[in-house]
Design a protein around this ligand. Structure first.
Ligand SMILES: [Zn+2]
Length: 326
């Protein structure tokens, strides 16, 4: 089930992505804030708190170095299985932000329960199971991205074009900003990448865990400040929350998954939204469920509206699905 506080309960012992007093094992699927609910309480009260190494390292930056202090925090590699009481627990890769995991729990009676966490179908291995708990961010049938264009290539060409006029500001959420750096770096966009301290520290963690992100400079550095004030060619990466306060006169690109009509939309004189998403769209969610062949499905109705997705799974796949919490 999914509790009123957003804890996804699996097997007999596991609570994922929010604290639950009855569950001694807390699992964190990834480092986004809506999956870290009650984390300090879990660190204090749970027998064990489990996540991937990359998620642990990101949390220390997002929540502060003491967020995981004092508890029994353990890391688990993808594909390795650990036991807790009569539950056997495995983390599987999820294509979302670095470190993101799906959670597989094999119960003593042989039943397999899977929680997808957040994911993008492209690179996510589907887990066959008896019971599936699936995220529902884009769970409405209107949320389809059939653009027929490669969004990554589009981002690269927009940035390259805008660099001719000087600095380009890219706004997005944690994880996606670093993905954008990697996309631009892979495409040989070789201007300096400028960013505030937290985005920089997150990028450094991503590099430690295998991503290649280019030439990174903190925005407090003298040269970086000069580049931005003189509008020289560089790409500045800022959290979406800074959108109203930085780079106001420059070329601006906002990365958002909530775009379904076109891959790119102009919203201001030099400002565009690009539909780079780290979640599956509606079709991707349905396809995951179809391939996982579960007997029953629970859609996450805490972090998003899961009712529509549950209804469509029932209708299109003939699999019993409910949204939780109700
Ligand atoms: Zn997420």
């Amino acid at each position: 089930m999914v509790t009123k506080r957003g804890a996804v309960l699996l097997g007999n012992h596991v609570a994922c992505d929010a604290h639950d007093d009855r569950r001694p094992l807390r699992i964190v699927t990834h480092a986004h804030a809506d999956h870290l609910a009650g984390l300090r309480t879990s660190v204090k009260k749970c027998e064990k708190v489990l996540m991937t190494k990359a998620t642990r390292d990101l949390i220390k930056i997002i929540e502060g170095p003491d967020a995981l202090a004092g508890g029994n925090v353990k890391t688990l590699e993808y594909g390795k299985t650990t036991r807790f009481g009569d539950d056997r627990i495995t983390l599987a890769f999820a294509d979302h932000i670095i470190g993101a995991a799906q959670v597989i729990v094999d119960e003593e009676n042989g039943a397999r329960v899977v929680y997808t966490g957040d994911f993008r179908l492209d690179g996510t291995p589907v887990q066959e199971c008896d019971t599936l708990v699936v995220e529902a961010t884009y769970g409405d049938p209107s949320c389809k991205r059939n653009f027929g264009v490669n969004v990554k290539e589009l981002l690269v060409s927009m940035v390259e074009r805008s660099l001719r006029d000087g600095s380009v500001f890219v706004f997005g959420y944690h994880g996606k900003l670093q993905e954008a750096m990697q996309i631009l770096h892979d495409a040989d966009v070789s201007v300096p990448f400028v960013m505030p301290e937290r985005v920089f520290n997150m990028a450094k963690v991503c590099e430690q865990h295998g991503m290649r992100l280019g030439c990174l400079t903190q925005s407090t550095q003298h040269e970086a400040k000069a580049m931005l004030t003189e509008n020289l060619p560089c790409v500045a990466f800022y959290h979406m929350n800074s959108r109203g306060t930085v780079g106001l006169g420059a070329s601006r690109i906002c990365l958002s998954g909530w775009e379904f009509t076109s891959a790119c939309r102009q919203i201001g004189h030099k400002e565009h939204v690009v539909a780079l998403s780290d979640h599956s769209d509606f079709d991707g969610l349905i396809e995951y469920v179809r391939q996982a062949k579960p007997k029953r499905v629970i859609t996450d109705n805490f972090r998003s509206n899961g009712e529509s997705l549950a209804r469509e799974i029932n209708k299109r796949l003939g699999i019993k699905a409910v949204a939780m919490p109700l």
